[in-house]
Each structure stands twice: as C-alpha cells, then as structure tokens.
Design a protein around this ligand. Structure first.
Ligand SMILES: Nc1ncnc2c1ncn2[C@@H]1O[C@H](COP(=O)(O)OP(=O)(O)OP(=O)(O)O)[C@@H](O)[C@H]1O
Length: 845
C-alpha cells in the first residue's frame, strides 16, 4: 500500500492564522474563477506533472529529464519548449436533416412529432417547431419568446433526436447554478442529463464527467464559469467529450452588453465552444430582449438576422397587473394580502430591491398574517407563512426555502431577484413588487413566474411615493461607473511598451499607422509588414494581478473584466482576454544558489530567470524568490502552461536507478490570481489615447443609458399607478392591467436602449442642487478634514454621500460614519461629484 506521510506543524495563531485564512479565501475565489477546478496543491497533486487525480507512477506525462547534473556554475541550457498539446477537437456532428440547396429547412418529419409525444406534449407551441427544425438542420438560431412559453423544449427535442442517431452530446450553458440540479432531474425520463458547476464536489464532478465520457448522457448542463474554467487549464485539459451536436445558451441576453444583465464571462463561452469544442451550431434562448439586445446576441452566436425567431413580448392574458403609490407600502402590502382578492392565494412571491428589506418584510408578514390568513380553498394551509430569500444567505438555507415553496409548505417568499429565475412552479398565484423593479426586462421576467398553469394570477407593484426606490436603484448604476483616470491606468497596465520591435515609426507616420494597422496581427501579416519596414509587435501575454488592480483603480473586479471585454470586442480587437491565472511563482530553494543553478540545467524557465537577474541580486544562502511567471514565459516565447509545469517539476527528480521521484526540497507555489491577456506592446500614444477615449465613452454611455432606462421605467409605472392599492383589493381592474401590458409590449418593440439622461433640472425623486449647495460644500469640507490621510476623488465623495461602497472606500468602514454615509441620496450624483471635485481642488491649495 502506498502511504503519504505529512509532518504536522504547530497550530497557526494570530497574524499567521489570518494569512492562512486569507490564502484559503483567495484559493476558493480562484476555484470559482476557474470553474471549481481546485488548484493542485503539494498534498494531493502528482509529483511529476503537478496535476490531480493520479499518482506519479500512473502519470501520462512522459519522463523526459535526464539525471540531475551535479551543481555547477553553468547556466546556459538548450531552451526547447515542450510542444504544447494541440487540443484535439471532437468530430463535428452533421445535421440530422440537411437544409435544401437554398438553405431551406425540410418539412417536419413524423419522427419529430413522435419525439414530441415522447417528451409528453401533443403539439408544438408557437415558435417551437421552427426553432427545433432549424437546430435539426444545423442552423444556428436565436429564440426570443416569453417566460413559460416552452423554450426548453427547443433544445430537449433536438438533443433526443441527435443522440438517437449517433452517440453525441448537447451542451446547455445556464447561469442558474442553484437550479441546475433541479433542471436536470426535471427533464423527461427519456432524456439523460448531467450537470457540472462550481457548487459540486470534485467527486460529483468526476462522476458526472465519467458518465458524459461514456456517452451515457444526452444533455450536459454547464455554468459559464465551469466551461471557461475547464478551458483555462493546461492545453488539452478540457476533457475529451463525445462530439457536440449543438450548444444551447440559456438566458442568452447575458451575452449582450446592452442587456440589463450583461455577464462578461458569457462572451468567452462562445469562443471556448467554437475553438475548444468545435461547436458549429448554437441555440440562444431568452425571454426578454429589445431589438438592439437581440441583434447583439445574434452577432455573438453567429446567428444570421433572418434566423432570429422573435415573437412579440406579450404578457399572458391570465395575469392581472396593477400598480399603486401608497404612502406606506409595507402596510399596504399587508392590507393587500389580507384582502378578499389575495387572502386565499397560497403561493406568493414578494420581490424587494434590498436584502435587508426581504428579512424585514418576511418578519412583518409572519407577524401580521399568521392569524389573519385562513385556510386555503381546499382547506390546506402551508406550514409557514413567509420566509426571506436572497443571495447573501447560505446555499443550504436558500435551498431549504426554495424547496419549501416548491413543495407548497411555504406561502410567501420575500426575495430579491436572486429568486425565481428558471423556477417552474406552475401554480404561483401572485407576484408582488415592493419598490420599482430595476428594468422592464426584470419586471417581465418576474411576473412571468405567475400563472404558468393558465389559471388567473395577480401581480401588483407598490411604488414609493417620493421616488425613494428610484434613488436606491440609481446607486447600483453609479457603483459600476468609473473615472477617466481609472480607465487610463487600466490602459497603461494592459499595454505596457515592449522592446521586441526593431523598427520605430517616424513620428509623422504615427497617425497613418494607427489608421491602417490591425492590432492583433498574424505572423504572416507581421512578416509582410516587416518586409515593408513596418515591424510590428505580435503581442505579449500579460498578467494583471486582480487584487492590486482592484485597489489601484477602485473598481470591482467584474467592472474591470467588463472593460477588458470591451477592448476584446472592439472591431480592432485591441487585446485578447485569456483565462485568469495565478501569476507569481514563489520558489524556495534551501540549497541556495548552487542548488538553483543545478536545477536550472533541467528547467529552462528557471535558467532564463537566473540569467535575467542582475549579478548583484544573486546571493549565496537559502533562496526564496517570487517572480512574474507570465512575463517570464512571454520573454522566452513559451506558453504559460508548459512554463509552469517545468517550474513545478523542480520539486522532484527521478532516481536514475529506480525511476522513482525524489523530493529536491524545493518548494514551488503559484500565487496571486490575475487577469491574463494578450496585447501588443508597440501602441503609439495616440492609439492609447484612442483606447482611453473609447473606453471612457463606453462607461459613460452605459451609465447614462442605465439611468435613462431607470427613469423611463419609473415614469411608465407612475403614469398608470393608482394613488393607493384600495381599488385593487376586491377585483382586478382589467382596463388598468391592459394599459400596463400595452406599455410593456411597446417597450420591447422599440429600437435602441432609450434616450440619454438629460442634465437639465432634477431627476424624478431628486431635489434641486442649488437649494442645498452651501450645506453640501460644508459637508464635503467636513469629510475631507475628518479623513485627512485619504486622497478622495470627486466620485469617491459622491459615492459616500450616496452610500455606495467601493474597494477603497468600503461600506464596512465609511458606512459607520453616519454624518456622511447616504446623507445626500436625494441629490444628483453628477452634481455632487462636480461640487466635490471643486472642493477637493480648493482643499489642495
Ligand atoms: N408544446 C408544449 N405543450 C405543452 N406544454 C409545453 C410545451 N412545451 C413546453 N411546455 C411546458 O411549458 C412549461 C414551461 O416550459 P419552460 O420551462 O421550457 O419555459 P421557458 O420558456 O423555458 O420559461 P423560462 O423563460 O421561465 O425559463 C413546462 O412545464 C413545459 O412542460
């Protein structure tokens, strides 16, 4: 029996314990980043290749090293890069019914109707048949149809038919981690499915993968992070899967930068599917998309405009919608739920905008409704009256609440938008909103949870009379925006100058060069350019450590990732985003320089690193160094993965006689999670300015559009609101409901994301800045003098007055000071920023 021995050290305390916990936290974060793939640690990794899942004796990596040479001064080695394993793409799956010569789709064959029946349905619903037939013809398609319309069938049926013809797999990318398991178990029995996401243990993931590899699964559901993470490892680390018939991207609006719910990780999903898995046919599904959003989605998915299946966004007739602006919305909610119309409804979702509100309202309902609520119509009452649900709760608790609701043991869930996406309980009888929803899209998604069984269901929205809910939502918009200075710093970090080009352009040609040249160039293009005397940088891999960057830019990492994505999406493709990685190699070598030099003979990256060190930096004694391994690999012209692998192998060397691997005493660790990208190093100052302008304009446009969208939503709902919920207590008002539905449908038919916010006059729910100017200036000076060591920017001050935490000004610290935190929520953020900037400039003199 093989046995591993460990030496248990003394228990950590104080600073060391905190450091250890911090490291564990970042390791977890890293696992999330790379889709739950745990970083190989010394404890459980293979000695030879550093990977998990096997001992070194079963390591597939061929042993290439010779015996370690005795220590010597010589540093030069033959630097030959281990050939990267070229990812071998699975064969493509031909369409089941190839389209006709002019691309027309065949008549629906009987086999398809039989499969429909097998899935439990007698006939297709509108839009389903066309989508199914296009996928079976291998044509990428985007389907925009309302919630509950039956979009899932459009991937289930083709998945079944493709798998019936030959062993193959359908991939479904879904952002709904918490519901993936339920989605898998909810599939018809004839369709075998598995899921992989970062919430699973390694054992569960391995067992799911085994089933997939053995072709026992028709549908594999993946979170975008799990997919991108799997592709992020060493080349070829993506497991060999059966051929992929097609990939379905659920909630495809996350792909569009114009949608209300853009997720940068989604952008990489299409790339990974195309480049690593050979996927040619895509199906995008979404319930809510304006015209501009669906155009954007179609472009990412490679769907031709004529293949976008887009019905009108309609609200089902069995839903009764109403809005009111009660003076006390909490009390009005209780009154509504006690009214004749709502008293007997056993499954109710109440949406709030803030997590704290969900807890508070759930407690209020428990107190006020526990006696007043009679038994349901069938005399059965759920055991619990109301519970809160939000993303801040632990996964177990969320699951418990969700299950209680799904099984009818809980009457009211008071939740944030985290609840309900993908929920398929057919008999939800009421969806209530306490406060303005963030967008029409999210409102339509939310009310779409109600009345899926076709029976009447009731939706009511309580608006805050003074527009306080609008102020709350504006905070989220301002939290994501950033200053020009931050954008400029990011551009500087992303495009540091390099020395690899040998011919510099004369200054007068710079403008012309920036107009003409493509930024990411292929080697052949570079060769052509070089022949003309225009040497170009082919680009370098760079690592931007996440935490230091977050602090330097005072931006959350998601916002930074979004900006980098914009650069990748730009027509000139300024950079290419690679998977996040641990960028720093920490190397501890007890034998000091002689041992290091000896090891360098069999490890080219180490040899190069040593050669790059100035002589005075190389000392005797025990060695502990840290260096940027991405930069090192780039300077050698190596890919990152083989460089890391070569460094990891420094820890062991094979015994010449037995071939067993012996510990060299060297410790190699990779630290500091970083964004990884490939960008040119020869951009001119003019080009960098162009990039800054482009990015800043994009950030501002997004902020303005989000504000305009909010204002539009606010005004639209107010235009149809009753002054109080009184008229809604007895019977639904059908005319009122129809007006609201027409308003919503009209929005989705419009072109463009809406007008820009105009700076004239106060926004709804805001006071005039002129009436408060003296008071604000005084508060700004007070804030500056209270934190004399801080270098505030205008935006930072405005954020504090609006109660918006940021990495450098966290709510946990600044929120404690009630003199400033959230003090001027009723005033325009931009105006506050302007005044703060003026005061900061005066303060400096
Ligand atoms: N052709 C059909 N005939 C009858 N019922 C159907 C048909 N297609 C789907 N359904 C049923 O409609 C319900 C909703 O389907 P599904 O969950 O696929 O909706 P969806 O459009 O994906 O909704 P969401 O946008 O909320 O995810 C399911 O219970 C499903 O069984």
């Amino acid at each position: 029996m093989k046995q591993k021995r460990y030496v248990r050290g003394p228990a950590l305390r104080g600073r060391l314990l905190r450091k250890q916990m911090w490291k564990q936290k970042w390791q977890k974060k890293g696992e999330h980043f790379v889709g739950g793939r745990p970083r190989a640690t010394l404890k459980n990794s293979c000695f030879r290749c550093g990977q998990l899942g096997h001992w070194s004796s079963q390591c597939p990596q061929p042993v290439s090293e010779k015996d370690p040479e005795p220590a010597g001064p010589e540093l030069l080695v033959t630097v030959e890069q281990p050939g990267p394993r070229v990812p071998c793409l699975p064969p493509t799956v031909p369409p089941l019914y190839p389209p006709g010569p002019s691309g027309q789709v065949a008549e629906t064959p009987a086999e398809v109707f039989q499969a429909l029946e097998q899935l439990g349905h007698r006939a297709f619903r509108p839009g389903q048949e066309r989508a199914v037939m296009r996928i079976l013809s291998g044509i990428s398609t985007l389907l925009v149809s309302p919630t509950g319309a039956g979009k899932s069938l459009c991937y289930q049926l083709p998945a079944l038919l493709y798998a019936r013809r030959s062993p193959c797999l359908t991939l479904v990318i879904s952002p709904l981690l918490s519901l993936m398991d339920d989605q898998v178990s909810g599939l018809p029995p004839c369709l075998k499915a598995a899921c992989i996401h970062s919430g699973m243990t390694r054992k569960e993931r391995d067992s799911a993968l085994k089933k997939v590899q053995a072709a026992q699964v028709h549908v594999l559901m993946l979170s975008p992070e799990a997919l991108v993470g799997a592709a992020a490892g060493t080349p070829g680390s993506l497991p060999q899967l059966p051929p992929v018939a097609f990939a379905c991207v659920d909630e495809a609006h996350c792909l569009s930068q114009w949608s209300h719910n853009f997720r940068p990780c989604y952008l990489r999903v299409c790339k990974v599917l195309r480049e690593h898995m050979g996927v040619r046919c895509f199906l995008g599904l979404t319930a809510t998309a304006t015209h501009s959003t669906s155009r954007d989605m179609a472009q990412h998915l490679g769907v031709a405009e004529e293949h976008v299946l887009r019905g009108p966004v309609t609200i089902p007739t069995n839903l009764y919608l109403s809005v009111s602006t009660d003076r006390n919305p909490d009390q009005a909610l209780v009154t509504l739920l006690q009214s004749d119309r709502f008293r007997d409804l056993n499954s109710v979702i109440v949406y709030c905008n803030r997590r704290e509100d969900t807890e508070r309202i759930a407690a209020l309902l428990r107190t006020c409704l526990c006696e007043a609520w009679d038994l349901g119509p069938r005399g059965e009452a759920p055991e619990a009256v109301a519970e809160a649900y939000h993303a801040g709760m632990c996964a177990r608790e969320r699951r418990r609440v969700q299950q209680a609701f799904m099984e009818g043991r809980l009457r009211v869930v008071v939740a944030t938008v985290a609840f309900g996406m993908g929920l398929d309980r057919p008999d939800v009888r009421a969806v209530l909103h306490l406060g303005l929803p963030p967008s029409f899209e999210s409102y339509v998604q939310a009310v779409g949870r109600a009345g899926r069984d076709g029976q009447p269901a009731h939706c009511h929205l309580f608006l805050q009379p003074q527009g306080q809910d609008l102020q709350e939502l504006r905070r989220h918009v301002h939290a994501e925006a950033s200053d020009f200075l931050a954008v400029k710093k990011l551009v500087q970090c992303s495009f540091p100058p390099c020395t690899c080009t040998h011919a510099q352009q004369p200054p007068e040609q710079e403008g012309a060069k920036s107009q003409e040249r493509p930024v990411t160039v292929s080697p052949s293009e570079a060769e052509q350019a070089s022949n003309k005397g225009l040497a170009q940088c082919l680009g370098h891999e760079r690592a931007l450590p996440v935490q230091p960057l977050v602090q330097a830019l005072d931006m959350p990492e998601e916002a930074i990732e979004t900006l980098l994505c914009y650069l990748e999406l730009h027509p000139r493709r300024w950079l290419e985003l690679l998977a996040p990685t641990y960028a720093y190699c920490h190397l501890r070598c007890p034998g000091g320089l002689p041992q290091l030099q000896a090891l360098a003979r069999r490890c080219p990256p180490l040899a190069v690193w040593l050669a790059q060190q100035p002589q005075e930096n190389i000392g005797e004694g025990s060695y502990s160094v840290e260096f940027d391994v991405v930069k090192l690999a780039d300077s050698m012209g190596w890919k990152l993965a083989p460089a890391k692998q070569a460094l990891r192998q420094l820890q062991w060397y094979p015994e010449p006689s037995t071939g067993a691997h012996r510990d060299t005493g060297v410790l190699v660790e990779f630290r500091e999670l970083a964004f990884c990208l490939h960008s040119p190093g020869d951009l001119t100052a003019h080009e960098k300015d162009q990039i800054c302008d482009f990015l800043y304009e994009r950030v501002q446009t997004r902020e303005q559009e989000a504000l305009a969208r909010l204002r539009r939503t606010f005004q639209a709902f107010h235009s149809v609101a009753f002054p109080s919920c009184g008229p809604c207590l007895e019977q639904p008002d059908e005319e009122h409901s129809a007006r609201l539905k027409a308003l919503l449908s009209g929005y989705f038919e419009e072109e463009g994301p809406g007008g820009m916010e105009d700076e004239q006059g106060p926004e709804p729910g805001q006071a005039r800045i002129q009436d408060w100017e003296d008071q604000i200036r005084q508060d700004i000076r007070h804030l500056l003098s209270s934190w004399p060591d801080q270098q505030f920017s205008g935006r930072a001050v405005a954020r504090i007055f609006h109660g918006i935490g940021s990495p450098c000004y966290p709510a946990q610290v600044y929120g404690r000071d009630r003199r400033f935190w959230r003090k001027h929520l009723h005033l325009s953020f931009r105006a506050l920023m302007r005044l703060a900037t003026e005061e900061i400039l005066l303060w400096g003199h």
